[in-house]
Each structure stands twice: as C-alpha cells, then as structure tokens.
Ligand binder design. Sequence first.
Ligand code: SF4
Length: 401
Amino acid sequence: MMNKTTISNKSISISKRQMGIYIHIPFCAKKCFYCDFLSAPADDETIKSYVEAIILEIKASHTETVVPVPTMFFGGGTPSIIDPTYISQIMEAVREQYEVESEAEITIECNPGTVSLKKLLAYKSAGINRISFGLQSADNIELRSIGRIHTYEQFQDSYEMARRAGFDNINIDLIAALPNQTTASWENTVRKVIDLEPEHISAYSLILEEGTKLYTVIEMERKNGMDRIPCEDNEREMYYLTNEMLGKAGYMHYEISNYSKPGYECRHNLSYWAPNHYIGFGIGAASYVNDVRYKNIEDINEYIKYLSQAEKIDLSKIQVEVNHLTIENKMEEFMFLGLRRIDGISIKDFYKRFGVRYDSIYGKQTKKFLEQELLVHSDDRIYLSQRGIDVSNSVMCEFLF
Ligand code: SF4
C-alpha cells in the first residue's frame, strides 16, 4: 500500500511552457552483453513498489499552472516487460497532473518476445500511439552474440501483433558493426526491415562501453590478437549503405542515426535535440526544466524508500547533478544537439534564442569547417556535410567553450 503523503516540490519550478515527459522503466528479462543502460531483472514486488513510487513522483511534480505535454516516452529497460495495468496507472497519473495534448505522440519501447496482443491493446486504450521495437539485428547468430533474449522470428510475430492492434507508427531499432557482422549480413538486416515498412528506423553503430560483458570479452580477445568488431572503414561502409537503402525506400534521413517516412520523425527525440524542456520520472531519468538540467538518483531501493516513506515529498532529495545552465552552456547544447540533425541549426533561431549574432560567437570555427568542407552553409542553415558526419564528434567538440 502507498503511504498517505503530502506533496511538495517547488525546488525547480515548472512553467506553463510545453514539456515532454519521459518515464524510465528499468527492468529487463536479462542484461544484454553490450548494455550500459540503467536496467536489470527484478522481482514482482520490486516492480510494484517502483511503479507506486513513480506515481508518487509524478504527483509530487504537480504545478499550479497547466503544462501542455506534446510527447511522452516510456523507455528503459524494457517497459513492455511489466504488467500493462502499471503502464495505464502511470498514464492516468500523468493525465491528472499534466495536460497531455490530444495529438500527443506517446511511445513505448518494447522488446520482441515480451508483448502479446492483449498487452498491445491495453497500451492502445491507455493512449499510447507509437511502438519502438528493439530488434538490433535480423540475424539470430548476431542476436545471440550480443545476448538478446529474442530471435528474428519472435520479433516478426511481435511486429505483426502491433499492426493487428492498430499501431500505425512503429520504430525499429538496429545496431550496426556487431561482432563478426559483415556488410552483407547488415544489408540483409536492413532489407528485411525495409520490407516490413515501419514508419521509423533508428540505426546506431555499436559502442563498446567499458564495464559491459561484451567490452570485457572483446578487450581480452584483442589482447590475444583477435578482433571480431568490424573496423572503422567497414562501419562507415554499413552507414553509407544504410543511407542509400533507406533513401531509395523513401525514408528521410533526419538525424545522424534516425530515418523516417515523411511526417513520422520522432517528435519526442526532436524536442531533446532542439533542445526543448522535458521532465523525466523514475531512477536515473534526466530532466531539463526552466534551464536547469538534473537527473534522478540511480539507486532503486533508495528511490522507492524515499518516495514511499516521506511524509512530505521534496523531490530535490532524489535529484542529483543539478546544473543551472549558463548562456554559454545553452549555446553549446544548441550547437552540439542541433548539428546531429541532418538539416543542422538555424542562424536566425540562434539569434532569437540568445540575442547575439551567430558569427560573433562561432564565426571562427564555422569558417574553418566550411573551408574544410565538413560543414555546409545554405540560406539560414549550417549543417554537417557527409564527410563532416564521419568525423562529427571532433567537429562538434570545437563548438564547446
Ligand atoms: S533490453 Fe535494452 S535496456 Fe535491457 S539489457 Fe538489453 S539493451 Fe539493456
């Protein structure tokens, strides 16, 4: 049972402006070998207590002003692993506190093999209108090599079920440059996904994160002179192939790693990259509210304990890394996040946001990269060229103060 609680969170005030909402569900059937996200298996009691705690956190974020919510995202972890009733309860709590717009984009991440038609229909009734499937590869050997719990065939069943449940906005996540992956097998994955005609495809390249099982194994193999990870040239080849195949199939390349059918860009992610304001609920969830960035604590026991036992909830007690952004921080973010978009940043928008001319701040770096043909300037926009995308990290770094 939830404790009876008085709610108070005015440490970071929430204004009337639009706000995306992110809900973190940190549970997974099993840890994938490459994963460094905040996720782990959990028992039913922990899941129940966590959902109750999230609902308390949502209620404690109450604001007297009505905040319109144009996008929501249930991420994880594997949100589809928990009982769909919990998802409905969270949606209800959000609707009680915020004005979820009638046309809001509401996404839930699902792992193949963890959904049923009943579950998907329950999501629909809760107002969820976008499904994001983590497929990663259409090759079962590759899936096993990264510790995924599902096969390609299970994914196909889940995908078809989602269509049957009436979802007409589906994303499929893929990962390129997996261990032992060849360009031919990547091409086969992309081809199979195109044939399914999802509205959106995310295709990231594998990043070996320190501390993951895969990192440890690959590092050990490398010490013994073996390397199963495709080299940078192969990885780039896969990237160009993805652009070409998805372009021919009618997908717009709108962000370095994201493609969509026209009109199906992920609005939630676009607002992260704008960057617009959003609030995250659950452990480790990041928020950007009124020019303050912060995140929640990552310890699930501490999170549940505080929210379920506090007589008067003060959300600052579960917030860490609170960072009041300076104008310089905001300019850096505008550039860093904006350049991830294929159409880059708008010079007029820069002036509108910061009240200073773009060249007076970034003229020097921009001139250099235009000369090196790593950036392109067209009308009001500055964006990365194809070569610029290949070295995007080093280009973006030069826009930091
Ligand atoms: S399903 Fe996603 S969040 Fe869960 S362990 Fe695998 S990669 Fe991590």
